[in-house]
Design a protein around this ligand. Structure first.
Ligand SMILES: *Cc1c(COP(=O)(O)O)cnc(C)c1O
Length: 222
């Protein structure tokens, strides 16, 4: 079913919007099936799971890290990760910069913002992001490149609410772009939208959608 699901999802995504196939909790065989259907960009939210899949799967896969990242786990992904969507503290950005330097890499990152109603979702406030971007430490970081923003909407069927939250993220992006990244052509990504809300996210200006269950089926946690 993975191939069929992937084709169905692809038809709904305009060119210019990147589809990250979120394979968390799914076996490497499922990733391989999507790979064989042409998909090259995959998202994971646990460092060790990403490492294990990276080891056994084709090396031309772009691995995106999309979950809460503990600083002591960065080492498992830093050599190959293509984009870290989930920078949610200054401390994490500093730690990624430090690990990336050990491998002479410049790692692309997104700042994750808290846009949902729920208290449990990780993410920065605008004040916290500005504190990072204004700091001397940030300006001296040579091994991370901030390429945009990421956010998760409230998990609800109320699409008006979801739309408002995505709209808010787009405004955060525009504000940071004009004040900090006007001359940085790489600061262009807005990662928002999951299986149940990605069409709304695209209408609100998403450049990257992260779709899991609609491609790989419902996840079973045990
Ligand atoms: C699991 C996950 C997704 C994908 O969720 P689906 O509802 O299965 O599409 C997207 N983004 C993040 C951050 C996730 O953890």
């Amino acid at each position: 079913m993975v191939k069929e699901n992937l084709e169905t999802v692809r038809k709904t995504i305009p060119s210019g919007v990147l589809l990250v196939a979120v394979s968390k909790t799914k076996p490497a065989e499922d990733v391989q099936e999507a790979y064989d259907a042409g998909q090259r960009v995959f998202g994971e939210n646990h460092a060790l799971e990403m490492r294990d899949k990276h080891e056994v799967l084709p090396k031309d896969i772009d691995w995106h890290f999309i979950g809460h990242l503990q600083t002591n786990k960065i080492k498992y992904i830093i050599e190959y990760v293509r984009l870290i969507h989930s920078i949610d503290t200054f401390n994490l950005l500093q730690a990624v910069n430090k690990e990336a330097a050990k491998h002479q890499r410049v790692v692309d990152c997104l700042l994750q913002f808290h846009i949902a109603e729920e208290e449990t979702k990780f993410g920065l406030s605008i004040d916290e992001a500005e504190e990072i971007l204004n700091s001397a430490e940030y300006k001296a970081m040579n091994n991370v490149r901030v390429c945009g923003v990421m956010g998760m909407a409230t998990n609800t069927d109320d699409m008006n609410r979801v739309r408002k939250e995505f709209h808010q993220l787009k405004e955060i992006f525009a504000s940071l772009k004009s004040r900090y990244f006007a001359d940085s052509e790489w600061f262009k990504e807005i990662s928002m939208g999951m299986s149940h809300d990605y069409p709304v996210a695209i209408e609100e200006g998403s450049t990257i959608v992260r779709v899991g269950s609609k491609i790989f089926g419902e996840r079973v946690y045990n």
